[in-house]
Structures are given as C-alpha cells and as structure tokens.
Design a protein around this ligand. Structure first.
Ligand code: GCO
Ligand code: MG
Length: 408
C-alpha cells in the first residue's frame, strides 16, 4: 500500500484552518489538522515544501516509523511549526489506519473507558454581572464545567479574553484580525486584589456542583501565582490554568508548596520533553498539550500514559483555532484515556463550519459523544474549502502600564 498524494488547504469560516489530506493507491484517504493560530502559513509551507514530497510512495500503515523519520530526521526539531506539521501527518495516518481496520480510533487505542467525555465552555464578561449572565447561559445549556474570565475594574483595557464593553454580547472571541497586533494593558496587583473575591462570588451563586475553571494566561510571577493559588483555595476550582509562564518549570514548585489548587499547564507545549519534568515531579494536575502542536496522536498517547503514572489527568487544549479534525482526534483520545479529565470545547459550530467538516461527533449537555465511524469520524468538503482564503491575523500583545512588554 502506498501514499500517492497529499495536499494542504488553508482557510475556513472565520479561521484559517490548515487541513492536510493524504490519499493512497487503495482509495482510502486520511485527514489531519496543522492549524497554528495566527501563523497558519508556516506549518502549511513545512508540509508542502519538505514533508509531502517525502511522503509519496511511503506505506501509510507505518505511522510510527514515519513519525520517527520526520522527528528524528529534522535535526532542527520540536517547536510549534514543525510539530503541527508532523501532527497533521500523524492524524491523517491514524485516520487511514482506522478506515482500513473499519474501526473508530478509540477502539484501536484500547476501547472506550467512558460513554461520553465532559467538556468545558468559556464564559466571559466585561464585568462580574456580565460574566454571571454568561455562566448562567452555559449552565442552562447543560454544561457541567465552565471557564470564567471577566474584566477587572480600573484596568485600562478589558484584559485577557473579555469583551471591551459591558453586556449582551453573548460569547466573546478575541479579535485576532490584522497583521498588526492590538495592545492590552496588564496590572497584576489589581487582578490579584479583585479576582479571588469574584471567583468566590461565582461559587456562592452557582453552588458546589459547577466545575469552575480559570485561566491566568501566563501573566503572574511565580510568587504572585503562589499567592493567587492560595487565595482561591476556598473556591475549590476545578483548575487554575497557566498561572505563570511554564518555561521556568521549577517555578511550579513554589505554587505547590503553598497551595492545593489544581494546576493545568501545557497548551503551548510541543513535546513529551516539555511535559516530562512537570509530570514526573507531580507539579501539575492536568496536562493541556494539544494533539496538533504536540505532534499528533502517536506522541500524545505516550504523554497520556506518562501522566497516568503520576496522577496527572488530561485537559487537552481546544481553543477555536483547532479544526474539527484535531478535535476529533482528541475526542477519540478522551474516549480511551484512563486518566481523562476534561476537554476544552469551542468548535465554531456554525453551519459553514459543519459544511466544511461533516461529522457525527455529538456534544450534548456538556458531554461529548464520540463518533463510531471508522478512523477519525470527520470528513472534509473540498468544494466548501474553495470558498475560503487565508486572512492574516495576530495575537494581541500585552504591556504593563509603563509600556514594558509582558506575556499575552
Ligand atoms: C485557552 C487558551 C486560548 C489561547 C489561544 C491562543 O485556554 O483556550 O488560553 O484562548 O489564548 O489558543 O491562540
Ligand atoms: Mg489557556
């Protein structure tokens, strides 16, 4: 059996999805997602210029050897661009494997460990009352877990993941449009004075059953992160995410020494080596690595197993930049993983997105029911894809009040 061709598509409704389609001499094809948010053309070029010419004539069933070949053979390996490109190939080869076996991927991994997998939504508000309304809407839809973010009174700009204006806007999504980034202003002391009480008010209003998550988005120093984790302990968060930038992994010890708040990290990680120390030293509770930037299903299965040995559960990244293809790969991993925790779920869910990626993975009452179709269980409509073109975007940047650059 041979790979006869592969093609990359960049574009989509409201997002520049990077979709890889690998075709074989037996008519079976596989799909992969290489979407690297706001840098989408880079993994696309890596695939088109370097990897696809090597794939032609290879046996698509040898997904392990192909992964090792590209990873070990790259020399300048790791990093989000290369790993997103390897990840897309790996997903597509697993998709082909599942279709050949006539089995959904979760069965190839070891079968279902649960009937459905809990997901969390993003509730946002320009201020706390606005956020409370947003949470109420998700609770009414049956969500059991919600990530909560709101504007901080007195902060010059609205802050991470919150709308610029109060009220009535429904779900907010960060404005990534344009190649010149927008600027947000960050004030850690204001945030630290305000947010613990806001989280306590949310707990008081919604009761003990709701799983409450909060994302600091890498903005606190290790000492601040330790103090914050301790201050929010009575709220009983499901997790506190990215309290501090994770490049300095030893900093996580300080948080652990001061608090029992569960910590989730890893959405910007690219390999098992980024996770290894945090998992082995049991400095985190949830690993957030994504199947896309983490290099695909093959390495993620290893990370899941390593995590399981150290009481670390999964909480894979699922921002709207992930296409339904990588989300499908994660739905299968979530159905299988014995140490599954929760899944972030923000697929655009528009009729345009559903037309581009037809699938029967079903999200209901805050639970994801994985498709039983062979392979990934998601398709890609090339006629629909022809309607879209690449539109460049940028993440906002963050500065302190005096102009100093900070972490977004
Ligand atoms: C999350 C993330 C995202 C990131 C985005 C960057 O927890 O979902 O923090 O919102 O900001 O993925 O591209
Ligand atoms: Mg995050």
């Amino acid at each position: 059996m041979k790979i006869t061709g592969a093609k990359v598509f960049v574009g989509g409704p409201g997002k520049n999805y990077v979709t890889l389609k690998i075709v074989t001499d037996q008519g079976v094809y596989g799909l992969g997602d290489a979407t690297l948010n706001n840098r989408e053309t880079l993994p696309a070029a890596y695939l088109t210029d370097y990897l696809i010419p090597n794939l032609i004539d290879m046996d698509p069933r040898k997904s392990e050897d192909i992964w090792q070949l590209f990873y070990r053979g790259a020399y300048f390996r790791r990093g989000p661009i290369a790993m997103a490109a390897f990840g897309a190939i790996d997903m597509a080869l697993w998709d082909i494997k599942g279709k050949l076996a006539n089995m959904p991927l979760y069965d190839l991994f070891g079968g279902k460990s649960r009937d459905s997998a809990m997901v969390y939504a993003h509730a946002t508000g320009a201020d706390l009352p606005d956020l409370m309304d947003s949470i109420t809407r998700y609770v009414e839809q049956g969500y059991k877990a919600v990530r909560v973010q709101c504007g901080i009174p007195g902060m010059a700009t609205a802050g991470y993941a919150v709308p610029e204006e109060v009220g009535g806007k429904g779900d907010y999504m960060t404005d990534f449009s344009g190649i010149i980034p927008k600027t947000e202003i960050w004030e850690a002391d204001r945030y630290m004075r305000y947010m613990p009480q806001a989280l306590a008010d949310i707990r008081a209003k919604f009761g003990q059953e709701l799983k409450i998550l909060h994302d600091v988005h890498h903005r606190l120093s290790p000492r601040e992160a330790a103090a914050f984790s301790k201050a929010v302990e009575p709220v009983d968060l499901y997790w506190l995410e990215d309290p501090t930038p994770a490049e300095d992994q030893d900093a996580l010890r300080l948080i652990r020494q001061h608090s029992t708040t569960p910590i989730a990290i890893g959405e910007v990680f690219n390999s098992v080596w980024d996770c290894n120390k945090l998992i082995k030293n049991e400095l985190i509770d949830f690993i957030r690595i994504a199947v896309t930037y983490g290099g695909g299903i093959t390495p993620l299965k290893r990370i899941v197993d390593l995590a399981g040995m150290h009481h670390v559960r999964t909480g894979f990244h699922g921002a709207p930049s992930h296409s339904p293809i990588s989300m499908a790969a994660q739905h299968h991993l979530n159905a299988w993983a014995p140490n599954f925790g929760i899944q972030e779920y923000l697929v655009l869910g528009t009729p345009e997105c559903d037309a581009l990626f037809p699938s029967d993975h079903v999200m209901q009452n805050g639970m994801m029911h994985v498709s039983d179709a062979p392979g990934l269980g998601v398709d890609f409509d090339e006629n629909e894809a022809a309607k879209y073109e690449f539109k460049p975007g940028s993440h906002p940047i963050v500065r302190l009040q005096d102009g100093t650059m900070w972490d977004y």
